[in-house]
Design a protein around this ligand. Structure first.
Ligand code: PMP
Length: 305
């Protein structure tokens, strides 16, 4: 069950968690007209900070732009709103969920006449992809969103119907997550994670053209890999590369850096977290836990008791 906090930010004000309700005839309920973010707030020895807040809010604004959804707030105002609700609730570490959607107004498909509502909640949330010692995943029978159908670069609620099919199928078949191929049969991403592969010392990830979300953790790992001198290639990747690679891992705000132990019951390397994944995992957690300098200004401090 979801752990609650005291306040939720709604259109500029903090309201009690229990009062953050919407009408069943709201546009979003019927047609999935929402865009959202998932952000983590980590604790460091000297306090708490939100990871890459600015980039997340920029992506929220861009998701809204793709769907012609006018947000009455700019990045700076949204950043302040996140800080306000996190500080008011006083819970860290935590997960932050900003969401904007078409509310109660018209009930036709055209969203343009329904009001835009913005909410920001935060709550404690731990490990996301199950599996201690690595995730056992499958290739999904479902494809990821085809180009020019549902835009993958928008983090829109409706995209997660596709994610739900992938995740349910994996779960029912005893896997912790599914990886979907794009409509051309190339590797795409997990239901809520970007995918990385290591082979012969080179780090590979699927490019944005292969129906993936422009993950902020993905970007962070690319930056850290370059910092560590690991060669990085973004290119279309065949499915079978996963069966013969040395290492593979997921990245995501919820999943953080989770190594894959097996794919379709074929062991990835020796099943353990390999050296390049370990180096990137450490580099990532050192930054978010405040054990390494924040060289890229990824951390926004918040005052949480
Ligand atoms: N792909 C999908 C489909 C996702 O839902 C997420 C989680 N937001 C990601 C990738 C990873 O993105 P990020 O690192 O920004 O959380």
């Amino acid at each position: 069950p979801l752990e609650t906090t005291a306040n939720i930010w709604h259109n500029g004000k903090l309201i009690p968690w229990e009062k953050a309700n919407i009408h069943v005839m709201s546009h979003v309920i019927h047609y999935g007209s929402s865009v959202f973010e998932g952000i983590r707030c980590y604790t460091q020895p000297e306090g708490a900070s939100i990871f890459r807040l600015h980039e997340h809010m920029k992506r929220l604004i861009n998701s809204a732009k793709i769907y012609r959804m006018p947000l009455p707030y700019d990045v700076e105002q949204l950043n302040s709103a996140v800080i306000e609700v996190v500080e008011a609730n006083g819970v860290a570490p935590c997960y932050v969920r900003p969401i904007a959607f078409r509310g109660y107004g018209e009930i036709g498909v055209n969203p343009l006449k329904s009001p835009v509502e913005v909410y920001i909640a935060n709550f404690p949330w731990g490990k996301y992809v199950p599996g201690d010692g690595g995730a056992d995943v499958c290739i999904s029978s479902w494809n990821r969103l085809a180009p020019n159908t549902m835009p993958s670069l928008a983090k829109a609620g409706a995209n997660y119907m596709n994610s739900q099919l992938i995740r349910m199928e994996a779960d029912i078949n005893g896997y912790s997550e599914g990886i979907a191929l794009d409509v051309n049969g190339y590797l795409s991403e997990g239901s809520g994670e970007n995918l990385f592969i290591v082979r012969d010392g080179t780090l590979y990830t699927t490019p944005l053209a292969n129906s993936v979300l422009n993950g902020i953790t993905r970007d962070s790992i690319l930056v850290l890999a370059r910092q560590l001198g690991i060669p990085v290639v973004e290119q279309a990747l065949p499915r079978e590369l996963l069966y013969i690679c040395d290492e593979a891992f997921f990245t995501g705000t919820a999943a953080e850096v989770t190594h894959l132990r097996s794919v379709d019951r074929i062991m990835v390397g020796d099943g353990k977290m390999g050296p390049i994944t370990s180096a990137l995992h450490k580099a990532f957690f050192d930054v978010v836990n405040g054990l390494a300098p924040d060289r890229y200004n990824w951390l926004t401090p918040v005052k949480v008791r």
